[in-house]
Design a protein around this ligand. Structure first.
Ligand code: DP6
Length: 359
């Protein structure tokens, strides 16, 4: 009587950040956030859940290796499933999870992992209102995971049910690309869960940030609707900076950006201003780590990769393949205050259309 479901889901990158919970247990956020879900073909988490009457406990395998203990939030998701299944005699679950992207990629895998787990469980147990149930389950696993339940541009509301919805599908802005720069960084950052608690307790800038969210959200949605990249870029970069300013205003301070992050910030602005024609070509955002996520339209990708090659000569072969010609002297007019270090890897990807049930 063994049944099993496999689902894949991709990470998402916040354009307006979620930072702060007004309810820790249910993971209800202090503010609305908006993200893009990445292309499933390039990177995703893959989760298979199975159940049978002969199982005597919950088990979790990560990359084929059985884990001694389930994470407490994973346990919380399973307990919620048992609460919701009507016959009451559920049963234990085996979870097998795998990521197609490395943990060191700078992308949080918790969002894609909990989203794929939530959808797989919802299907395995045939729960009602599949998408909102999956969103609820993903959210209690990890807040930002609620946004990976959908593809395209996704909003997570801080009011009402506090679930997510797709604002625009992936096809809405088909020229849109994401360039992820992975700098060499060995230092382990403070977890977002701990850091956001500390922010709530100590930062006075935090309340000021919350008062800016609604207007920013309206403007960003309008910019995406009109595919107005200039407006989009400014809002996204300013929200990233504001989030990191709030982290710095936390005591003890939470510092996610490093010298390389700051170098990239200077580089992007210098590059955007280079031709003096008011056209913003690239935007960046940083989550709880030093690696930048850059946003760009397809027509500028080639030149941006050449720029990166010029400033970070050590980029990997994968990225080299995407560069059409040798780095040129065009960029020598840009001078920056800090020297770059090693850029380990570049990942070029698109907006994704959301999770898939595989079997
Ligand atoms: C900076 O979703 O990882 O990436 O809800 O405690 O699991 P928990 O936190 P998490 O926080 C993500 C914070 C962020 C911004 C964002 O993704 O919106």
């Amino acid at each position: 009587d063994c049944r099993s479901v496999t689902c894949q889901a991709s990470p998402n990158i916040a354009l307006i950040k979620y930072w702060g919970k007004r309810n820790e247990e249910l993971i209800l956020p202090d503010n609305d956030s908006l993200s893009i879900t990445l292309d499933t073909n390039d990177m995703h988490s893959y989760t298979t859940v199975s159940t049978s009457s002969s199982m005597t406990c919950d088990t979790f395998y990560f990359d084929g290796v059985q884990q001694t203990k389930l994470a407490s939030r994973m346990q919380k998701v399973l307990n919620e499933i048992r609460r919701r299944t009507k016959d009451g005699k559920i049963k234990f679950v085996e979870i097998r999870s795998h990521n197609t992207f490395p943990a060191s990629s700078g992308l949080a895998s918790s969002a894609s992992a909990y989203a794929s787990l939530a959808i797989a469980l919802t299907n395995l147990f045939n729960l009602d209102d599949a998408q909102s149930t999956a969103a609820y389950l993903a959210r209690i696993g990890s807040g930002s995971a609620v946004r990976s339940i959908y593809g395209g541009f996704v909003r997570w509301s801080s009011e009402g049910e506090c679930l997510s919805s797709c604002v625009f599908p992936a096809e809405h802005w088909s020229e849109f690309r994401i360039v992820i720069l992975i700098f060499n960084s060995s230092k382990k950052a403070v977890s977002s869960t701990d850091a956001m608690q500390r922010t709530r307790q100590t930062s006075t800038l935090f309340q000021a940030r919350l008062s800016t969210i609604n207007e920013k959200m309206t403007q960003l949605i309008e910019a995406i609707k009109n595919k107005d990249f200039n407006a989009f870029a400014k809002i996204v970069m300013m929200d990233s900076s504001q989030f990191h300013a709030v982290c710095m205003d936390t005591y003890p301070p939470v510092i996610y950006l490093n010298e390389q992050s700051k170098h990239l910030i200077h580089l992007v602005h210098a590059y955007n201003q280079m031709d003096g024609d008011q056209t913003t070509k690239v935007a960046y955002t940083f989550d709880a780590g030093p690696n930048p996520f850059c946003f760009i339209r397809q027509e500028h990708v080639d030149e941006f990769l050449r720029l990166l090659k010029y400033f970070y000569p050590t980029v990997n072969a994968d990225a080299d393949k995407q560069v059409s010609s040798d780095a040129d002297e065009k960029f020598s007019s840009i001078t920056l205050p800090v020297t770059p270090n090693v850029l380990e890897r570049i990942v070029l990807t698109k907006i994704g259309s959301g999770p898939k049930i595989i079997s």
